[in-house]
Ligand binder design. Structure first.
Ligand code: 3PG
Length: 213
């Protein structure tokens, strides 16, 4: 898969809804209910972070949920990329990027949303052909003001800002010309996942899906 194809597919995923839930799943038995609640609430694109031992099994379970588009986040190594692809992830997200991880994703055909937060990092990814990027950690890196500042000089890049995005600031990001969607964990709080409060999570998804991208 070429970087241009990867970014086209990643942009299509990002355009499905204003918010991609960033999910840390403690136990694969929670995966199906969680995915069903988010998809029913209007958030079809789901990012499962590879931060728990259950993450790959959670991706396998979520990949069976109708209407869901499940990706893997926190990809750090080529092995993570291969494991995510094998588990059925349809896209991959990484906090930054490295040549090794991009090589692996291009080889196995996993559309990547690589992270970048400075003009130099963004330009390096554009040089390689990636135009749909994750802006991470968004709030700590200057927030919407910083991200919006790239829209003038670096018009080829579009973003999914993630990290510290919440209902408090999400409209600032979604109002930017260079932002396609945001990523955030607020739609699936750990306590609600633990309690299997699927109705509560669906309600959070409905609220997030109604935001204007
Ligand atoms: C992450 O990878 O942790 C995401 O950026 C989610 O950040 P958030 O928990 O601040 O939404």
């Amino acid at each position: 898969m070429t970087p241009a194809e990867a970014s086209k597919q990643a942009r299509d995923v990002c355009a499905l809804a204003p918010v991609i839930p960033v999910l840390t799943v403690p136990d694969a038995s929670k995966a199906e209910g969680l995915a069903r609640a988010l998809v029913a609430g209007g958030l079809p694109a789901l990012e499962v972070t590879l931060r728990t031992p259950a993450a790959l099994d959670a991706i396998r379970e979520m990949a069976k949920v109708d209407g869901g588009v499940v990706g893997a986040g926190t990809l750090m190594t080529p092995d993570d990329v291969v494991a995510a692809k094998e588990a059925g992830a349809l896209f991959g997200v990484s906090p930054g990027s490295s040549p090794r991880i991009l090589d692996a994703a291009e080889e196995v055909g996993l559309p990547m949303l690589p992270g970048a937060v400075t003009a130099t990092e963004i330009m390096a990814l554009l040089d390689r052909g990636y135009t749909m990027l994750k802006f991470f950690p968004a709030e700590a890196s200057g927030g919407a003001a910083a991200l919006g500042s790239f829209a003038g000089p670096i018009q080829a890049a579009t973003f999914c800002p993630t990290g510290g995005v919440s209902l408090k600031n999400v409209k600032d990001y979604l109002g930017l010309k260079n932002t396609v969607c945001v990523g955030g964990s607020w739609v699936a709080p750990a306590g609600m996942i633990e309690a299997e409060d699927w109705a509560g999570i669906e309600a959070l998804a409905v609220e997030a899906a109604a935001l204007e991208a």
